[in-house]
Structure formats: structure tokens, C-alpha cells
Ligand binder design. Structure first.
Ligand code: SF4
Ligand code: SF4
Ligand code: SF4
Length: 318
């Protein structure tokens, strides 16, 4: 039985979020009237590998624990005909497997699996890793027994293995795994920076940002943070799930996606300063505001003064 945690869904975080990936996979189970409505009895496990927020889980099957166990085993072929539903493994799970094992063959014609596999291989190529996940044409029936054994042992749940990862965190466990895996793999790379399609960094245009804080308030993972003195906005690459809420909510369109990222920032979750404001008290209302140039009055007072310029002129004339 697949469970849905509505408090992880991006649409619950932000009413105007337009994510609909799960409904494309299970249209009969998901609808969007006001907010998301899910009929769990009609869900199938295909939604597990596609939700960017990790909103779905299965009572019988834990893809994270399976990934840990498979990564530590000797087998290197994943077969879709076995009892392991490969479509529940995300791109991050596949990357964890190939980077930890050095070689991995996937035997599946499921479009979700092939899409995640293509994204994983693109990631490896973009960052100069030599490993690639291979695909097998023929089904390897002889491996079914092996998978049944792995699946069964996963159900027995070795809690020590899962305790490394925070299942309650808003950062999906697959992404936590990839971060940990990369920490070990980065010394093998000559250059840790690159363009990629799986992860995005952020930037903020200085001219557009008025330090309103809405992007920080609505970021579901706290990847955006405000400095204690409220003058700086930090971005933690490793905590960003690319939901796009910050981009959408910014009233001045000041937040931009950056495709070039550094894997060190992602893996070690280093904070990057996106913007530094100079806060000064407004000469009129005394409220601190972020100065862009040499102005002394905050934008709100400024627009009030210009909207009511006639009144100020009359007051001066009296
Ligand atoms: S895929 Fe996940 S985040 Fe997107 S609408 Fe479905 S449950 Fe919400
Ligand atoms: S980037 Fe946009 S939403 Fe975030 S603080 Fe600046 S103006 Fe507000
Ligand atoms: S930084 Fe933006 S895109 Fe990343 S998780 Fe936060 S709101 Fe979503």
C-alpha cells in the first residue's frame, strides 16, 4: 500500500505550486481541487520514484534501504522482472549505486526507470565521472531468486542501516544518500564544477531584491536562510530540491536559476551568500530598509510622497 504525506507535497507548501508529476503517473488517484487530493487506494508504486519532495512511501518496500543493501552487495545487475520495483528508485538512488559500486547494469523497459537512468548518466558525464550505468537488452531471469532474497531481507529492516539518514527531513533520503556518496567520490574528480540538469544553484539580482523575505519563508527545505543581522541571504545547495517556489514567489523576479554548480557545495552543503544588503533607517518612517544607492527614504515612503505630492506642496504653501 502506497502512502501519501500531504505535508511534504509542494502544493501544500505553496498553493500556487504547479507540480503535477504524480497525477501524470496516476491520473485516477490524484486530483487538484483547491489543493491536492489523493486516493491512496488507487496509487501504485510508480509515484515513489518521481515526486521531487519524497511525498510517497510504501509500507512494504523501502527503496532507500534497498539502495544501501544493494550498494554493499556483490551483485551489479538490477532486473525489472524481479520483485524489486525499479521505478521506485530515483535518479539519486541510481547515482548512489553506480558511484558506490563502480559498475551497474539496469535491465528494464519501464519509461520511468529509463528516464531516471538517462538523467543519472547525464549527471555522470557532465561532471566528468568515468562510470556509466549500462542497460541490458535481455531479461536475466536467473537473477529473480537473488532479488527475492534481497527484497525479503529489506523487509526485515536493518534499522542500523537506515539510522544514517533522516527520514523525517524535508530533504528526500535519496538526495541525502547522493550527498554522502559524493563526499567520498569527489577526490577522484579533477574539476568539481560543471553544468548539469539534475541540480540547480540560485542567484539574486541586487537591483530587484528588497529583502522582503518571502522566498526564505516559503522555501520548504530552508535552503534559503537569512543572516542574523538580516542583511544577507544564504543558499545551501545541498538542501535545495529545485521546487521553484522561491522563483515563483519573488514579486520582482529577482531569483534566477544557475545551471553551473560545484559538487563540493552540494555534497558538503556549504552556504553561499546570494546577496548582501546595507540596511539604513528610513529618514521618514525610521524603518530599516535595504539601500540600493544613496537614497535616504525607503521605497514605501518614497512612493507615498510622490503619490501625494500635491498635499506636500499645499502644506509648504500654507
Ligand atoms: S509529485 Fe509530489 S510534490 Fe508534486 S504534486 Fe505530487 S505529491 Fe506533490
Ligand atoms: S529575492 Fe525576492 S522574495 Fe527573496 S527577499 Fe529578495 S525580493 Fe523578497
Ligand atoms: S531554494 Fe527555492 S527551489 Fe530550492 S528548495 Fe528552496 S524554494 Fe525550492
Amino acid at each position: 500500500m502506497v502512502n501519501f504525506d500531504r505535508y511534504r507535497c509542494l502544493r501544500t507548501d505553496y498553493l500556487y505550486n504547479e507540480c503535477s508529476i504524480c497525477s501524470q503517473i496516476c491520473p485516477e488517484a490524484v486530483s487538484f481541487e483547491n489543493n491536492i487530493t489523493v486516493d491512496e487506494s488507487k496509487l501504485d508504486t510508480r509515484v515513489l520514484g518521481v515526486c521531487p519532495a519524497g511525498s510517497f512511501s510504501d509500507e512494504d518496500y523501502d527503496p532507500h534501504l534497498f539502495t544501501i543493501k544493494f550498494a554493499n552487495g556483490e551483485e551489479s545487475v538490477l532486473d525489472d522482472n524481479a520483485t524489486v520495483p525499479l521505478h521506485t528508485l530515483t535518479t539519486e538512488h541510481l547515482l548512489t549505486l553506480i558511484l558506490r559500486k563502480g559498475k551497474l547494469t539496469v535491465n528494464s523497459d519501464d519509461p520511468i526507470v529509463l528516464d531516471n537512468l538517462a538523467k543519472a548518466n547525464a549527471f555522470l558525464e557532465e561532471f566528468g565521472f568515468t562510470q556509466r550505468i549500462e542497460t541490458a537488452e535481455e531479461s536475466v531471469k536467473s537473477r529473480r531468486d537473488f532479488f527475492k532474497k534481497v527484497f525479503k531481507s529489506v523487509r526485515q529492516q536493518d534499522l542500523e542501516l537506515t539510522s544514517v539518514y533522516d527520514y523525517e527531513s524535508r530533504i528526500p533520503v535519496g538526495r541525502q544518500m547522493l550527498r554522502n556518496t559524493l563526499k567520498e567520490q569527489l577526490p577522484n574528480l579533477t574539476d568539481t564544477a560543471g553544468e548539469n540538469s539534475l541540480l540547480h544553484s540560485k542567484s539574486i539580482e541586487f537591483a530587484g531584491c528588497d529583502n522582503c523575505g518571502e522566498c526564505i519563508e516559503f522555501c520548504p527545505t530552508q535552503a534559503l536562510r537569512l543572516s542574523e543581522d538580516k542583511t544577507q541571504i544564504y543558499f545551501l545547495q545541498g538542501d535545495c530540491i529545485d521546487c521553484g517556489i522561491c522563483n515563483h514567489i519573488c514579486h520582482s523576479d529577482a531569483i534566477k536559476d544557475e545551471t553551473r554548480i560545484d559538487l563540493v557545495e552540494f555534497a558538503f552543503n556549504k552556504a553561499k551568500t546570494l546577496i548582501t544588503h546595507e540596511l539604513i533607517p528610513c529618514a521618514e518612517c525610521k524603518t530599516p530598509f535595504p539601500r540600493k544607492g544613496d537614497e535616504r527614504v525607503c521605497p514605501r515612503c518614497n512612493s507615498f510622497i510622490s503619490e501625494h505630492s500635491d498635499l506636500f506642496t499645499m502644506a509648504r504653501d500654507i
